[in-house]
Design a binder for this molecule. Structure first.
Ligand code: SAM
Length: 243
């Protein structure tokens, strides 16, 4: 086995077991045989997006690197996050959405729900699901996170509150500092981020009536993705850092 300093990560959405042979195809095969130029005998790491990690060795590489056959040497399972962090955010424009999803995944986001607010301008596009899936996979690979965030269908803040079981924070410049809050109650934390025009008074009243806390990152007005990433970083370091 040609062991390199840090074996690159690849995603394989199927059961991973020691001794098993698996084949990478499509983007993952191109990544392995193309950009990473892996060769027979090279070591790599596979993850299934559900917490299982496998150490594997490259066997055969198909013509033009279309498929890469691997043998799994061993597996381990990483404990799931102690406090799942769910992000429900209005969509920022253009590339800023990709940046938000990438950074949020690196910070351990467990799920993403596009938030359809009264003042939302950007809507979920037709091919979004596949594009977002790739961004989340690449962010997991980059940050060595074996849990792939789930993408939920778009919901209004009111509809979202019907689904939320744990603690909910609504990000707002007029809220209280997260440092003044006790640990979240329940088994998850959901963070709501509003659109460029902000949440309407009625949206804030409705989610607050359902138990959401209005939480502030200071008086400055942050972009959607800055607010999302700052909230997740705070919550992860304070309540959810078990990895
Ligand atoms: N004019 C809008 C307003 O006053 O709400 C600005 C909206 S901001 C571009 C987009 C979202 O980021 C806000 O709805 C809020 O959820 C979040 N946000 C921005 N600045 C924040 C801050 N200082 N504290 C907490 N959340 C913030």
């Amino acid at each position: 086995m040609n062991v390199k300093k840090s074996a690159p990560w690849f995603y394989h959405d199927a059961e991973l077991q020691s001794g098993m042979s698996v084949t990478l195809t499509d983007e993952e095969a191109r990544h392995a045989a193309g950009s990473r130029r892996l060769e027979q005998g090279d070591a790599l790491t596979l993850f299934d997006g559900r917490g299982t990690i496998a150490e594997a060795v490259v066997g055969e590489i198909g013509k033009r690197g279309r498929d890469v056959v691997l043998t799994i040497a061993g597996t381990r399972t990483v404990a799931s996050p102690i406090l799942p962090l769910h992000l429900a955010s209005a969509l920022p424009k253009g590339d800023r959405l990709a940046v938000m999803l990438d950074m949020a995944t690196q910070l351990g986001m467990s799920s993403f729900t596009p938030l359809d607010c009264e003042r939302s301008v950007v809507k979920v596009s037709d091919n979004a699901e596949r594009r977002w899936h790739r961004i989340l996979i690449e962010a997991c690979k980059q940050s060595r996170r074996p849990y792939l965030p789930e993408v939920q269908p778009a919901l209004s803040p009111g509809a979202l509150m019907q689904h939320c079981k744990g603690e909910v924070w609504i990000a707002h410049p007029d809220g209280i500092s997260p440092t003044a809050l006790p640990s979240p109650v329940g088994d998850s934390l959901t963070i709501l981020i509003g659109p460029e025009g902000g949440f309407t008074e009625s949206e804030i009243a409705m989610v607050s009536a359902c138990g959401a806390r209005k939480v502030s990152l200071g008086t400055g007005i942050l972009r959607i993705e800055s607010a999302a990433v700052a909230m997740l970083a705070y919550a992860r370091l304070t309540f959810a850092a078990n990895e």
